[in-house]
Design a protein around this ligand. Structure first.
Ligand code: KIV
Length: 264
């Protein structure tokens, strides 16, 4: 089994679609890697999914490193990407380099992902200059939730040209790929045709070079609410609840443990 690298993913532009999923721990890191995913993203969505925060803003560099170390241990083939959390790269180029370097050194991930387009151009270039591969993230950027006034589709109408500028800026800065989140499918198609680096879509339609989802959405682990772009392929939450309820009943009734689950 050949390990996937940054150049290998870069070369998939316009070819075989790139598959990416989030994972935040050793068990699920191993499951997605064994299933054959190309890229595992330790997203700062771990704030909502694993830590119960209301959004991604409180996530820290230490939390990202802690979770990513576990995912890296479980991953044999996939490229591992670590999200830089809010306020770990926005202050200055020096701060961005210091945190990106620490996150790569301590977590074992191979790539950092940062949110923002044109405004992050110098920061992306500075990290690329010190040999840290960068995946960019434009469109609906969850760290900008307060500016956007919620999780709203970006790049509609007159805002389309700004989205294109963001896309061109991150490519020029040296990002090797870019996540397009929450943008009209037509805009994502145009960006995918315009750029020479792969685009990876989430809520951006079918014409990107790859797709990403939050693993817990795909597995139906998060309950009822699901954004329009999410497809749950299984309902593990319902299955888990079923098994746990049966365990509770059997312990209370004395059916578990029975003789076959006891030592003699
Ligand atoms: O944090 C995350 O999970 C992400 C993906 C949704 C792209 O950034």
């Amino acid at each position: 089994m050949e390990k996937l690298t940054v150049p290998a993913i870069r070369q998939r532009k316009g070819g075989e679609k790139i598959t990416m999923l989030t994972a935040y721990d050793y068990v699920f890191g191993g499951i997605v890697d064994d299933a054959g995913i190309d890229i595992v993203l330790v997203g700062d969505s771990l704030g909502n999914v694993m830590l119960g925060y209301p959004n991604t803003l409180p996530v820290t560099v230490d939390e990202m490193i802690h979770h990513t170390k576990a995912v890296v241990k479980a991953t044999k083939r996939a490229l591992v990407v670590i999200d830089m959390p809010f306020m770990s790269y926005q202050e200055s180029i020096e701060q961005a380099r210091r945190n990106a370097g620490r996150m790569i050194k301590e977590s074992g991930a191979e790539v950092v992902k940062v949110e923002g387009g044109l405004r992050m151009k110098d920061v992306i270039r500075a990290m690329v200059d010190i040999e840290i591969p960068v995946m960019a993230h434009i469109g609906l950027t969850p760290q900008s939730v307060h500016r956007m006034g919620g999780y709203k589709v970006q790049g509609k109408g007159a805002a389309e040209e700004m989205l294109f500028e963001d896309a061109r800026a991150v490519e020029e800065a040296g990002a090797f790929s870019v996540v397009l989140e929450g943008v009209p499918r037509n805009a994502a198609k145009k960006i995918t045709e315009m750029l020479t680096i792969p685009t990876i879509g989430i809520g951006a339609g079918p014409d990107c070079d790859g797709q990403v989802l939050v693993l817990h959405d795909l597995l139906g682990l998060l309950g009822q609410f699901r954004p329009k772009f999410v497809k749950s392929y299984v309902n593990i939450r319902a299955e888990a609840e079923k098994g746990i309820k049966q365990y509770i009943e059997e312990v209370k009734s004395g059916a578990f443990p029975d003789d076959t689950h006891s030592f003699h």
